[in-house]
Design a protein around this ligand. Sequence first.
Ligand SMILES: Cc1cc2nc3c(=O)[nH]c(=O)nc-3n(C[C@H](O)[C@H](O)[C@H](O)COP(=O)(O)OP(=O)(O)OC[C@H]3O[C@@H](n4cnc5c(N)ncnc54)[C@H](O)[C@@H]3O)c2cc1C
Length: 398
Amino acid sequence: MTDTVDVVVVGAGVVGLGVALALTERDRRAVAVLEAEPTVAAHQSGRNSGVIHSGLYYSPGSRKAAWCREGLALLYRFCEAEGIPHRRTGKLIVAANPAELPRLDELAARASANRVAARRVSAAGLIDVEPAVAGAGGLWVEETGVVDFRAVARAIAARVQSGGGTVRFGSAVLSIVRDGAGFVVESTTGTLKTRRVVTCAGAQADRMARMTGPDPGVRIVTFRGEYLALKPERAELVRGLIYPVPDPSLPFLGVHFTRRIDGTVDVGPNALLTLARDGYRRGQLSPRDLAEWVAFPGFWKLLGRHWRVGAGELARSRSKALLLRSLRKLVPSLELSDLVPAPAGVRAQAVDRAGRLVSDFLFAEEPGVVHVLNAPSPAATACLAIGRIVADRVLAAG
Ligand SMILES: Cc1cc2nc3c(=O)[nH]c(=O)nc-3n(C[C@H](O)[C@H](O)[C@H](O)COP(=O)(O)OP(=O)(O)OC[C@H]3O[C@@H](n4cnc5c(N)ncnc54)[C@H](O)[C@@H]3O)c2cc1C
């Protein structure tokens, strides 16, 4: 027998779960979340830096800027209500040399445009905030915090279930076919009939969109983010969060030092284009993924635009000495022997036909369907805000 639900949500990362929560809480809809893996947050949501972002970096007026602010407030409240360990650590963005100071000024102006409280720190004042840091100046952002997004995902899933929704693990969605006024969703655990569908499939987002509608004109490319960790006996080098001034041409924030909620200090992530959508390991290659990428004109244009940055990232990934040299610009007393390997994450990022990395959150919508096509950082911070917005859109969409 085929079960029937109001809404099928594909993906139990924090974005899919955020959508399911909004649907169950607000409208008491019968929601089924289908997740291919055996747990929540198995991909990006459980393998990230665990930073609750303030909303400082994003273009004023963008979805990222607005929803990060809204999401941060909702997330702090949710963590408090659910008793999820979290900490408002604040974060220090450091200009490594005087040439980076104008970019720090731009960030300060952007913070003010986005209504994020941030204060400049002089070169001499840096050590009062982070004793091991050196640089030409800094920007201190108070609202930034840390949390384990796996714990957030587990708590959201529990609320979805207590609100009458279901989360089905090991359910990889194979097809979504329009059927009269609704859809038939086939997964590895059976078939569901539903009136509406939301897909939040991270690295598989563009494939989901192509199941129900026209080619959305973007492909997901994936970037492995490798981390190292400070040895426990050297973890005192970092009190909170230390970030470099980011490269404005890229959607990544640069390799940073993060004291996580469990007290460990991570260094990373870098950003290496992978040859497989789940390219957690070096050298991992998927012929299917690669064939799709090389057939997409935007992929080649992306390589043309960013090959220099990519080559630099690759060199630092291969040579710890090179990596150390760049990290020492922020923390000069760091030694190679302080660093040990830590698990990598893989970022999903939409690229358009012109080879541009899509910077804002992006959806594809058709009657009864919303596909979340691009939900890179700070989507974990913003997950509860994105959830509300997508829930409204799918209920309005036909
Ligand atoms: C290295 C790294 C560091 C980051 N740091 C931060 C940070 O500090 N702060 C922040 O806010 N954001 C950060 N991000 C970004 C953040 O983690 C993501 O934006 C967010 O987790 C996206 O959530 P999601 O639910 O869209 O995707 P995902 O967590 O990737 O979830 C997608 C889910 O869909 C499932 N799925 C895919 N295909 C199918 C299918 N066919 N059937 C069923 N299920 C399917 C997958 O198994 C997966 O569980 C970081 C990301 C990475 C990778």
